[in-house]
Design a binder for this molecule. Sequence first.
Ligand code: G6P
Length: 610
Amino acid sequence: MMGKIVQNLPSAQCCQQNRQFGSLYQRDQCAQFKNNLLLFQRRKLTWTGISTMQLHNMSNISQRHVNCNASTSATAVPSLGKVDFLKLQNGSDIRGVAVDGVAGEPINLTETVTQAIAAAFAAWLLDKKRTDSSKHFKISIGHDSRISAQKLQDAASRGIAGAGFDVVQYGLASTPAMFNSTLTKNENILCPVDGAIMITASHLPYNRNGFKFFTNAGGLGKADIKDILERAANIYNGFTPESLKEAEIKCSLSISKVDYMTVYASDLVAAVRKASGNIEKPLEGFHIIVDAGNGAGGFFAGKVLEPLGAITSGSQFLEPDGLFPNHIPNPEDKAAMKAITQAVLDNKADLGIIFDTDVDRSAAVDSTGREFNRNRLIALMSAIVLEEHPGTTIVTDSVTSDGLTIFIEKKIGGKHHRFKRGYKNVIDEAIHLNSVGEESHLAIETSGHGALKENHWLDDGAYLMVKLLNKLASARASGQTGGSKVLTDLVDELQEPGVAVELRLKIDQNHSDLKGGSFRDYGEAVLKHLENKSESDPNLHKAPVNYEGVRVSGYGGWFLLRLSLHDPVLPLNIEAPSNEDAVKLGLAVLSTVNEFSALDVSALLKFVQE
Ligand SMILES: O=P(O)(O)OC[C@H]1O[C@H](O)[C@H](O)[C@@H](O)[C@@H]1O
């Protein structure tokens, strides 16, 4: 399969005139032009209207000497400020501030830092894949719609090229597509690549950015990210004007550009066609609306749904805009869900689909405006997967409801393995269960992250939606009518709590009550105390199996208090049949955690008083 040429040459020519070393590390004078051009290219990509077939007939790779937008000189040395690389770690991702303008948030993800991180990934990869030293390594780079995407892509390219690897730039891309590029076997598009970098900060504000890394074994874990950041710190400290100049020259010789998203999208199209019994347009007559929140998911309307025959009018915020002017691209965000729900109702559509910025998370809305997100999305996906794999284990995060367990285990014949929060934790646990003989085909979080065994455990919001489309298409093929009702009916028996809240209790890291210890230790002490107190309360019962925090049932509902994966925060989830019951659970927590003066319990106090 082939994709479309994406070129960025005018920007390169423009920037060739600006080769003062300092400008690279301050402000790229061509940035405005590049951003405009990039937007234009992206819009063209989204709105081009060129069919997948036509694209297949076009050349797919462009390999030319491209300026990497570095402006180095051996005489001027940029002042490489001190950087605490390890502070950029966010679990299994790297995150930082890449754009100035938000008070109190100085840039720490500079171009030079990015160059060092990309070079460190290359070095890490070389160590991991040492088996074939004669091989020439390739790394693909893609990015979401953030305004800092272009400059970080250029800097990462210099880092990779400087390490002696080839760079394959995809431009606007989704996180799952980047992982997929390590698996795709097609030399015409330089695949598989040895490693992939996605430049994204998911749903975080416009000034942030970051990186996710992949090999064909999946996304890198926490320990690998730490290793890469330690290597990056050394590389950064060793940068000289000469080495930076050399990286720039190598970069101009080793970049190829591939329109991989066209390839990836046509794979999704092929999957739906196959599931429908090889019907060319299995979604003909369905009206499906996409809300991409101005992230990278706009391709799904034009390149997936339309080739399958669906009507997509009324789709919104498909155009990439890194300032996210409409709503946060996040299916967990209430305003975002409201926006897609309204669009479905206004357009009398059959289904609505919403993605986060980099398309590894998704949610849907049926024709009546009922949201398929959080527990309901998990229930729906479980029902679909259990039809295909009866009895299989569904691995979820820790904040899933008791109603979901009853649904999976009593209504649709599966096993619910409620594990920890964090998409990587959930996926790794499913892989682990399979390795010890417990069959699992789905790992999914309430956040909208989900991965299937059949899809290489790739954490892919677009693929989750493809599974829903398959269901619609096969229902249509078997003569059923009724739009998205076939999906709604699948989760009919899911018991919903009367009240479901998440309150996030902040730990003040500078508070004297921490006695110089870490917020993690402090949080653990709070949890231990809550566990002990709960055990002595006859109205409360500790969950017999629990992998994270303190989960307790009582008053017909449950609560879970745990440490956030990233922040100095103890998130508290409460679900109960009524507000009165939820308040009783809240009070049980409050009476215990109140003793910890560094914990901000105001949100909980407000909840129990309302
Ligand atoms: O622990 P929390 O602060 O609630 O954050 C937990 C969430 O963090 C990130 O967003 C991860 O991508 C999610 O997989 C995870 O669920």
